[in-house]
Design a protein around this ligand. Structure first.
Ligand code: PBE
Length: 295
C-alpha cells in the first residue's frame, strides 16, 4: 500500500517536471521566433500601407501593430519616459518632435517618399457651387511650424477649436490673406477630415476661416478610405487631409479621377519610421540586427 502511494507520487512528479520543462522550452522557442514590433496607427492611414511595403521590401522581421494616433503617441511617451527602444510610424508636422528628441530612420529605398505635400481636395462641382469657398481653399497655405504650433497647443490641453481661434487671433494678416475679398452667402460647407493630430489642427483652423468668411461649416470625421470615397461621390464637399504624392497614392489611384485638387496647403511634410535619438541605429536597413530591442 505504502509502496503503491510512492509510485503514484513519483509518477505525478515525473509528469509535472516534464510539463514544466516542455512549457519552458516552447516558451523559449516562441520568444526566439517573436518578431520586433512597429507601433502603428489606424489601419486606413497611408503610412500603415507604406510600412507594410517597407516590411516586405526590406525583409523586416517585424510586425506592424495597428493602434490609433493617440495610442501610438502614448506608447511613444511611455517608452521615452523609461528609456526603452521603440519604433513608431511617424510623421511631421507633429508635436512629438517638439516634445521628444526623435529621428527618422533613413529609408534608402524611398518607400516613404521624400517631401510630401498636404493638399486640398474637393468634390467635382464644388468650385461652381461655392466659388468663394473654393477661392479660400486655393489660398489657404501655411508652414509646418505654424501647423505644429496648433497641434502642440492642443496636445498641451487646449480644445482644438480654442487652439485654432488663438492661432487666428495671433495671425490676423494671414487670416485676411486667406479670406481675401470673399463674402460668403451663409451656405453650408461639409469639411471632411481624419482624426490625425495634424488634420484635427488644420481642419479646425480652416473651419474658423470659412466661418469668418461667412459660411456655415459641418466637420465630419471619418477614416481615410471612406473620406476619399465621400469626396469623390460628393457626400463631402472638401478635405485638407490629403497627403500626396506618396502617403495616399493608393487612394488617389482609386478615387483621383473623381476629385478636384484645389492646391497645396503645406509643403515639407514627411512620413517614415521614427525612433528616439538614443536608439543607436540610423537606417531601416539596420532594424533586423536589433530586433530583440523592439519587442
Ligand atoms: N498621417 C497623418 C496620415 C496622413 C496625415 C501621416 C498619419 C497617413 O498616414 O495617412
Amino acid at each position: 500500500m505504502k509502496l503503491q502511494n510512492h509510485g503514484v507520487l513519483l509518477l505525478i512528479l515525473v509528469l509535472f517536471t516534464g510539463f514544466i520543462l516542455f512549457a519552458g522550452c516552447t516558451g523559449e522557442q516562441s520568444e526566439a521566433a517573436q518578431k520586433g514590433k512597429i507601433i502603428g496607427i489606424e489601419p486606413g492611414a497611408g503610412i500603415m500601407q507604406k510600412t507594410e511595403d517597407a516590411i516586405r521590401n526590406y525583409g523586416l522581421d517585424y510586425t506592424l501593430v495597428s493602434s490609433s494616433s493617440a495610442g501610438m503617441a502614448s506608447e511613444l511617451t511611455k517608452a521615452v519616459n523609461s528609456g526603452k527602444w521603440v519604433v513608431v510610424t511617424g510623421w511631421s508636422p507633429h508635436w512629438k518632435f517638439a516634445r521628444f528628441d526623435l529621428k527618422y530612420l533613413d529609408d534608402p529605398k524611398g518607400i516613404f517618399g521624400g517631401e510630401e505635400n498636404i493638399c486640398a481636395l474637393t468634390r467635382t462641382g464644388f468650385e461652381e457651387d461655392n466659388p468663394g469657398a473654393y477661392d479660400i481653399l486655393t489660398r489657404f497655405n501655411w508652414s509646418p511650424e505654424e501647423m505644429a504650433s496648433v497641434m502642440l497647443a492642443t496636445e498641451e490641453g487646449k480644445k482644438p477649436e480654442v487652439a485654432a481661434e488663438e492661432y487666428l487671433t495671433a495671425h490676423p494678416e494671414q487670416l485676411s490673406s486667406w479670406i481675401g475679398s470673399v463674402s460668403g452667402d451663409g451656405s453650408l460647407i461639409t469639411l471632411g477630415y481624419v482624426l490625425w493630430d495634424s488634420e484635427i489642427a488644420s481642419t479646425n483652423v480652416l473651419k474658423l476661416v470659412f466661418e469668418k468668411a461667412g459660411y456655415k461649416v459641418k466637420m465630419v470625421a471619418v477614416d481615410a478610405g471612406p473620406l476619399y470615397q465621400a469626396v469623390s461621390t460628393g457626400d463631402v464637399d472638401c478635405t485638407i487631409s490629403a497627403w500626396l504624392p506618396i502617403t495616399h497614392s493608393t487612394y488617389m489611384e482609386k478615387y483621383g479621377d473623381d476629385l478636384v485638387n484645389a492646391g497645396t496647403i503645406l509643403t515639407g511634410a514627411k512620413i517614415g519610421l521614427v525612433v528616439p535619438d538614443y536608439v543607436t541605429i540610423s537606417s531601416i536597413e539596420e532594424l533586423n540586427s536589433v530586433k530583440d530591442k523592439f519587442q
